[in-house]
Write a protein that binds this ligand. Structure first.
Ligand SMILES: *[C@@H]1O[C@H](CO)[C@@H](O)[C@H](O)[C@H]1NC(C)=O
Ligand SMILES: *[C@@H]1O[C@H](CO)[C@@H](O)[C@H](O)[C@H]1NC(C)=O
Ligand SMILES: *[C@@H]1O[C@H](CO)[C@@H](O)[C@H](O)[C@H]1NC(C)=O
Ligand SMILES: *[C@@H]1O[C@H](CO)[C@@H](O)[C@H](O)[C@H]1NC(C)=O
Ligand SMILES: *[C@@H]1O[C@H](CO)[C@@H](O)[C@H](O)[C@H]1NC(C)=O
Length: 391
């Protein structure tokens, strides 16, 4: 590696870290070590020595295809299958996954866990251009679902609004660090739909997370047999999500985001949809609570990977080690932090705030197994979780 490339690699790294930090604080719960993670788990998002302005789209796509091939050299595809069976560029069908959730429910963390798999292409928050809204039906449902399908099919030809939004809000792409690496080296192609369609197709794993559609609409995606997508609903205690949202400048004043009755009506509707989808698509739909995930991330992530049909790659356990075990200073263990992170609201909200949420969330909390606090002292120390079943 020449000095010049090392230098630009470093510049890229610093830029990515800064963006990551800046935007991880904007949306979704933060988790430690973003910085270290970027430094340690570089794989095919690594240096692109050929940053020549003269490289054609075809050159860049071919280079990326080679990088993916190398990164997945020892990936255990099922017997008799190979990378080519999974990339659209070679007529294959990718492993497609979607996390359906809402703001501040832990999906940034889970999204990045999946993105730790080499060869993953991460469609982060593809509905950002719709604003701070929940899409539950008309008028936005059709266009939103069609956008999601287009992205999962690597078809960027009808995504003008999406791309236009991304040009001025780069975090649409920065979480997709493999793509963002290319954007850094080949800025002339970053928002070019022809380029995006081609480069997306060399990745065998296509992951997506969205906080803006309600689960009922995801049936449209599951129905599509050719898409063969796996859907995970990520749920969180409304007291935790609402506490966390209080301090985001983009949330207060937006009813879909800060009104407990709307948040919890969505939880109830997601519950009915979950029953339905579990019946219709038992192999392609699953739900999990953020609190359960945090209590035992290793076990749950392994189970989820099995469900998704993804190999539990060493890069994934390494990612988990970095995010759930050590902390930046190495002074103390943050394992306990990971476990208690979902429950911070117990000390940050006062009892009347908690009661106000609970009054609006009676049914939602019963369905999803969240216990009410009895009084101020109970609030500070109780276990808000109980069992729930989807049936
Ligand atoms: C860039 O990559 C293309 C295709 O791999 C190659 O033909 C070209 O010579 C490379 N350019 C530079 C400057 O390395
Ligand atoms: C994408 O880039 C190619 C090659 O530079 C160019 O011909 C094409 O017009 C661009 N497409 C868009 C939508 O900008
Ligand atoms: C609880 O917190 C809210 C919002 O910060 C505040 O307006 C209210 O006065 C507090 N109530 C009590 C009983 O401390
Ligand atoms: C608070 O609630 C707990 C659990 O229901 C109960 O045991 C305790 O006596 C209550 N404390 C007060 C001060 O009411
Ligand atoms: C929840 O279910 C588990 C396993 O069935 C059981 O061990 C546990 O006691 C249950 N907890 C509650 C609060 O009902």
């Amino acid at each position: 590696m020449s000095r010049r490339n090392e230098f630009w690699g470093l510049v890229l790294l610093v830029a990515v870290c800064l963006l990551l930090i800046a935007f991880s604080q904007k949306e979704e719960p933060r988790y430690s070590q973003a910085l270290k993670y970027e430094a340690d788990t570089y794989d095919e998002a690594d240096y692109h020595p050929n940053s020549s302005l003269t490289a054609s789209i075809r050159d860049v796509v071919r280079m990326q295809q080679n990088l993916v091939r190398n990164a997945l050299d020892d990936y255990p595809f099922p017997p008799g299958q190979s990378l080519n069976d999974y990339t659209m560029a070679t007529g294959g069908r990718p492993v497609r996954t979607i996390i359906v959730t809402t703001w501040r429910s832990g999906s940034t963390f889970l999204g990045d866990v999946i993105n730790a798999v080499p060869g993953n292409f991460y469609h982060y928050e593809p509905l950002l251009d719709y604003g701070i809204v929940q899409i539950r039906g008309p008028p936005h449902a059709d266009s939103a679902i069609s956008n999601l399908k287009n992205l999962l099919n690597c078809d960027y030809s009808n995504l003008q609004n999406y791309l236009q939004y991304g040009r001025t809000h780069n975090y649409l792409f920065t979480h997709n660090r493999r793509l963002w690496g290319l954007c850094d080296s080949f800025p002339q192609y970053c928002w070019n739909s022809t380029f995006l369609s081609s480069v997306c197709k060399v990745f065998p794993f296509q992951s997506m997370k969205t906080v803006r559609i309600r689960l009922r609409l995801a049936e449209e995606l599951l129905k599509d047999e050719q898409l063969n997508v796996k859907v995970l609903l990520l749920m969180r205690d409304p007291r935790g999500t609402l506490q966390s949202r209080k301090h985001r400048d983009w949330c207060p004043g937006q009813p879909d985001c800060d009104k407990p009755n709307l948040v919890c009506a969505d939880m109830v509707s997601d519950y009915s949809a979950a029953i339905q989808l579990q019946k219709l698509y038992p192999d392609r739909f699953r739900a999990i609570r953020y609190e359960d995930l945090c209590a035992d991330p290793y076990q749950h992530i392994q189970n989820l990977f099995e469900f998704f049909g993804l190999f539990y790659h060493p890069a994934v356990s390494k990612f988990l080690d970095l995010h759930t075990k050590k902390n930046v200073g190495g002074v103390s263990s943050t394992t306990r932090d990971t476990r208690s992170a979902p429950f911070l609201w117990r000390s940050k909200l006062n009892f009347s705030e908690v009661q106000y949420i609970e009054e609006n969330c009676d049914q939602a909390m019963k369905l999803w197994g969240y216990v009410k606090a009895s009084n101020e002292s109970h609030l500070r120390e109780f276990n808000p979780l109980t069992n729930y079943t989807i049936q």
